[in-house]
Design a protein around this ligand. Structure first.
Ligand SMILES: Cc1ncc(COP(=O)(O)O)c(C=O)c1O
Length: 460
């Protein structure tokens, strides 16, 4: 077994994390790179976490951190919120199982709870991740339009789906000019056909989107977008409205991927904030309370294609009339998992009463962070809205696309985050800050103190 080449690792990090390193050595013996998901890796090796509580994480070396990664944004209530724990226990005690494998009440309850905030989701289906939700959304769009190309935006992530692992993170040389971005594969093992069938659009540039979509409109089934790019870059005024108009005109299904933003940017997601109604919405993360969950919902006529009452599939038992038409196939052993729905519904219960206060705390925290950087005359922007944002080291006034984001000083941000580990603050280096209801004034004040200590050490 070989460890990754450790290029001059930070001495303090190495000293504080000997057990994390030992963990990585064991992990590498049984998993490629020691990882179950590539995103968990960072150099020289990531922290291995042993325990969590509220807004805290504890690593295998017994170091304590205030956690701002929060399961990549999924844990809006923090770790093991007592109300979620109770709901899960009650589900098992009262209902006697964690898996019915049949229709059940919580499937309906969750649907109406989501619809209260996302009225555009006239009918819903559940899946087990954001990735799965997007897979279904694409199939629904292709079946509805009988077209088979997909358009997506440069820099937008929608999960590990071949058609969508395109131009998520292209290099400047690969990417082409902003107005006509190239389609660039983000992974080995993908067919050139998938890459060629994915049209790439520039975010916040409605004119270029219209031109590109008009060129491909006869073939494009869906435009899928993170309506707040990377969960933090706001759409320019009118951009989403214009995209809605173009897609309507060209008969293209508009999919808002609100996996990051639903119940984070606002309770009603980005569509609620900007008043634009997509044809389909996908979500995951927060709505599953930190468990594997995905949701697809939208226009009745598009969603109904998957109804087993409308067409036959190979699960039909033969007792009904045979339909000439094939149903759109969607299934999953764990879809609508009772335990996950219990956690998700409990999460919405709490968020409905505490979300606004958490937004106010997040705004205060962002303002205080900005003041700190200003004190040291270091250009910094907190970008994002609701309960999620990123710390960008940049002098740029406007960040309106992936390409602007790439021009921020990412290296210094990573250095800062690694130094913050020692001061007891955790996010994956370079990642967003996602707050939870457990991040109280005390935790935020402690974080500001850590920044106060670390900024002059690292950035001056
Ligand atoms: C916008 C967006 N869509 C889809 C996904 C994929 O979700 P999952 O990791 O649950 O498959 C993610 C994950 O980060 C995401 O941010």
């Amino acid at each position: 077994m070989t460890m990754p080449e450790v290029v001059n690792p930070d001495q303090t990090y190495a000293e504080r994390t000997t057990e994390s390193l030992a963990h990585m050595e064991r992990a590498q013996a049984v998993m490629p790179g020691g990882m179950t998901a590539n995103i968990k890796h960072f150099a020289p090796y990531p922290l291995a976490i042993k325990k969590a509580n509220g807004c805290k994480l504890y690593d295998v070396d017994h170091n304590e951190y205030i956690d701002y990664l929060m399961g990549y944004g999924a844990l809006a209530l923090g770790h093991a919120h007592p109300y979620v724990c109770q709901s899960i226990s009650r589900q098992i005690e009262e209902d006697g199982t964690w898996l019915f494998g049949t229709p059940h009440e919580k499937e309906v309850t969750m649907a109406s709870r989501i619809q209260k905030h996302f009225p555009s989701m006239e009918l819903l289906r559940y899946a087990n991740s954001g990735t799965e939700a997007n897979l279904l959304a694409l199939r629904l769009a292709m079946a509805h339009t009988k077209k088979y190309k997909i358009a997506k935006f440069e820099g937008h992530y929608h999960g590990a789906i071949d058609k969508l692992l395109v131009s998520v993170h292209p290099t400047p040389t690969e990417a082409g000019i902003h107005q006509s971005p190239h389609s660039v594969s983000d992974s080995s093992g993908m067919s050139q056909e998938d890459v060629d069938n994915t049209v790439v659009l520039p975010f916040n540039d409605a004119e270029s989107c219209a031109r590109i979509l008009e060129q491909h409109g006869n073939d494009v089934a869906a435009v899928i977008i993170e309506p707040m790019e990377s969960g933090i870059i706001a759409p320019k005024p009118g951009f989403l409205q214009q995209l809605r108009k173009i897609t309507n005109r060209l008969g293209i299904v508009l999919i808002f991927d609100e996996v990051k933003t639903a119940f984070r940017t606002s309770l009603a997601g980005v569509q609620g904030l900007y008043g634009v109604t997509p044809d389909l919405t996908t979500m995951g993360k927060v709505v599953g309370g930190g468990f594997p969950f995905g949701v697809v919902g939208g226009k009745r006529e598009i969603m109904e294609q998957s109804s087993p009452l409308k067409g036959s599939d190979f699960f039909a038992d033969g007792s009904q009339d045979h339909h000439e038409q094939k149903a759109l196939f969607h299934s999953g052993t764990y879809n609508g998992h009772p335990l996950i729905l219990a956690a998700g519904i409990a999460t919405l219960d709490i968020l409905e009463s505490e979300f606004n206060a958490l937004v106010t705390r997040t705004e205060w925290f962002k303002k205080e962070l900005s003041a700190l950087f200003q004190k040291y005359d270091i250009p910094m922007k907190t970008l994002g809205s609701g309960t999620m944002f990123s710390v960008l080291l940049t002098e740029r006034e406007e960040i309106s696309s992936y390409r602007d984001l790439q021009l921020c000083d990412h290296k210094s941000r990573v250095k800062l985050d690694k130094a913050l580990f020692e001061a007891g603050i955790y996010t994956k280096p370079g990642n967003r800050y996602s707050l939870s209801v457990e991040h109280d004034e005390h935790a935020l004040a402690q974080t500001l103190k850590a920044y106060e200590k670390v900024i002059p050490e690292v950035l001056l």
